[in-house]
Design a protein around this ligand. Structure first.
Ligand SMILES: [Zn+2]
Length: 448
């Protein structure tokens, strides 16, 4: 069996790994490079393989950095099968269609051709075949595939590929434990090789119990200042966790003020998919909410059209606006920042990973002078963050997950910036005594 790394090497985005075994080519994830302009340009570069030569793709979860180059793959001739869980297929459709729309807008603004069109999205979606957790199938003679719960977002999976006497486990992205919405990641105890993410390989998340207190503090501060709280939010998982926490906050405080707005049609559609697959949600959540009212949607005001979104400027304070994109590199959050970031009684609450090169990263790192749609703005709004909303495992959780793979020969680290990978690597060596490889782009390894 041969592994080649084609993305998320020494960086977080662009996940894509090629497995060659039993005369077949299998691609694990086919993600978009995101963040800086130069990393986005890499999406236009030709694949390092012929798309038509790929037999199978396994999509571990719907995030764009794991799915975003799928339509390009279809456009360039891929006609094989795509394996994923049923919710991953639905979420992938929403994510790819939304991304196509954003690309089209950007293409018009900056005069660059979109990476793909809606018909390419439709073509790839036809090739999906649903696989449940813990179900093993022989995708081709001599190649077995199993998906296990990764606890990262709805339907997210760890992929285990077994062929030529070698078993490889690919973590894709591993969830942060405990998650309010999902069961914890499944353990893998029989892999010969593990490919593991390392987004927070060098960090320890703050205690998840503090998160509701911190959220209450930020909301109460917004009420006290009669201000506006902007929450740039990832449409999948983060928004649903946030809605769930807001519901808890309101059930205690009564919540006559502030008014909550969800200004993201995508997040609204994603929330509906959560409701459709309760069997993928955690047992605790299902037990506590027998009426399936997980997200308190009757409290939330929705802005569907662009016009409704613009009207939020005139809605009375105090108000909370949840809008995409999560890293502030596009989406409706931008015009709210343009309108409100200059005012010191307003706040911006950052809940998740901000990739290098994104506006979110600049704001998170304290840069006060930013540019939106070519306009310069001085950020006077208060910048707050809550780390425990992360959908990724931190260092102790990654070490714990890896510790179940007792007989692993080598652990490959992907999906992390180099400093995080180096810290995790030395921790793995000292605590687990295992060999670690941090692959470069295009690096191949023969596994026996
Ligand atoms: Zn992810």
């Amino acid at each position: 069996m041969r592994l080649t790394f084609f993305g998320a090497t020494r960086e977080v985005t662009g996940s894509s790994i090629l497995i060659e075994a039993a005369n077949r080519k299998i691609l694990l994830d086919c993600g978009l490079f995101q963040g800086t302009k130069s990393s986005e340009e890499r999406n236009y570069a030709p694949f390092s393989f012929r798309a038509a030569d790929i037999d199978f793709v396994v999509i571990c979860h719907a995030h764009l950095d794991h799915t975003g180059r799928l339509p390009k793959l279809a456009r360039e001739g891929f006609r094989g099968k795509v394996f994923a869980t049923a919710p991953t297929r639905e979420l992938t459709q929403l994510v790819l269609e939304d991304s196509e729309k954003l690309m089209e807008e950007k293409a018009e603004r900056e005069n660059i051709p979109p990476l793909y069109e809606l018909e390419d999205v439709a073509r790839i979606l036809e090739l999906f075949e649903a696989l449940a957790y813990e179900e093993t199938i022989e995708i081709s003679p001599g190649i077995k595939l199993t998906l296990k719960n990764a606890g990262h977002i709805l339907g997210s999976a760890i992929a285990i590929v077994e062929s030529e006497g070698v078993r490889v486990a690919y973590s894709s992205d591993l969830g942060n434990v405990p998650s309010l919405l999902l069961n914890p990641p499944a353990h893998v105890d029989n892999a010969d090789y593990v490919i593991c993410e390392s987004t927070y390989g060098g960090r320890v998340h703050e205690d998840i119990k503090l998160r509701k207190l911190k959220l209450a503090e930020v909301i109460n501060n917004t009420i006290a200042q009669n201000g506006i709280l902007m929450i740039p939010s990832f449409a999948i998982e983060r928004t649903q966790e946030l809605l769930h926490d807001i519901e808890d906050f309101c059930s205690i405080s009564g919540c006559e003020r502030p008014t909550f707005y969800l200004d993201s049609p995508l997040a609204q559609k994603v929330t509906a998919v959560f409701g459709k697959y309760p069997e993928y949600l955690s047992e605790t959540l299902r037990k506590n909410h027998k009426n399936k009212n997980f997200f308190g949607l009757e409290r939330i005001h929705f802005a569907n059209t662009v016009e409704e979104s613009k009207q939020l400027e005139f809605a009375p304070n105090p108000k909370v606006i949840i809008a995409g994109s999560g890293m502030m590199n596009g989406g409706r959050i931008l015009h709210h920042l343009l309108n409100f970031a200059g005012d010191g009684k307003n706040s911006i609450l950052i809940l998740g990973y901000q990739a290098q090169g994104t506006l979110g990263r600049k704001i998170f790192e304290g840069n006060r002078e930013i540019k939106i749609y070519g306009k310069k703005i001085i950020v006077n709004a208060q910048i707050k963050s809550i780390g425990s909303y992360s959908a990724h495992a931190d260092m102790p959780q990654l070490i714990d997950w890896l510790s179940y793979s007792k007989n692993v020969k080598t652990i490959f680290l992907t999906h992390g910036e180099v400093d995080q990978q180096l810290t995790l690597s030395s921790k793995i060596k000292s605590e687990l005594g295992k060999q670690v490889v941090i692959p470069q782009m295009g690096e191949s390894h023969d596994l026996y």
